[in-house]
Design a protein around this ligand. Structure first.
Ligand SMILES: O=C(O)COP(=O)(O)O
Length: 212
């Protein structure tokens, strides 16, 4: 297989362990509307398809206004997205030193997304970024991937998506891009079975040893 020229990364569960801050923000919003808090494991299973979907799933059918809870969540998370969040081992080194182009396709909204890139001083590592609240459809649509390929002038066969969840693996497939599944992120293989990722690695730190 040919060397990949462009690595496209997912954010939550791939570059960063954001679970602590995402859970705190979900539970803050649920409590503000008089609802019971959820376990971190439960919230983890609801992450992946953007912040509105995260809140819709977390409401578990409760009769409260979705938009108002989402606003409450988003305001809190924007203020508190840096408290427990850390990059996974090997992430910063790979982004700063691996000799390939890098881009981001995340379903995370741009405000906390950009905040984390700045916090860890990696915003200049990416040639192009697609966030979850932009005009293009979110993963698993092919749209954000096609936008990134166009912006970086890369052919699909020269790119690879690195992600931990169904929207990443399915979105890459929809765009005709190979994928690498990170096994210790937030997602589970069952969520995209019977589709298979092109490659699968236990941890992000294994990425630099992957031979295409
Ligand atoms: O915000 C989400 O729903 C998930 O974000 P991600 O695409 O970076 O995993």
């Amino acid at each position: 297989m040919k060397k990949k020229l462009l690595y496209i990364f997912d954010m939550d569960g791939t570059l960063f362990n954001t679970l602590g801050d995402l859970s705190a923000a979900v539970n803050y919003a649920l409590s503000a509307f008089g609802l019971k808090k959820l376990s971190t494991e439960k919230i983890k299973s609801y992450i992946g398809n953007g912040s509105l979907k995260l809140i819709e799933r977390s409401l578990e059918g409760a009769q409260v206004p979705l938009d108002a809870v989402h606003k409450c969540y988003s305001e809190f998370y924007a203020q508190h997205c840096r408290e427990h969040t850390e990059p996974y081992p090997g992430v910063i080194d790979f982004l700063k030193n691996f000799p390939a182009k890098k881009a981001l396709v995340t379903n995370k909204p741009h405000i906390p997304g950009k905040e984390l890139l700045k916090l860890f001083d990696i915003d200049s590592c990416f040639e192009a970024c697609a966030f979850g609240d932009e005009e293009t459809a979110r993963k698993p649509s092919a749209e954000p991937f096609l936008k990134i390929l166009q912006l970086t002038r890369t052919a699909p066969q020269d790119a690879v998506m690195v992600g931990d969840d169904a929207p990443d693996i399915l979105g890459a497939r929809n765009a005709g891009i190979d994928s690498v599944f990170i096994e210790n992120g937030f997602g589970k293989r069952e969520s995209f079975a019977p589709v298979e990722p092109t490659y699968s690695i236990p941890h992000f730190a294994d990425l630099k040893n992957l031979k295409f």
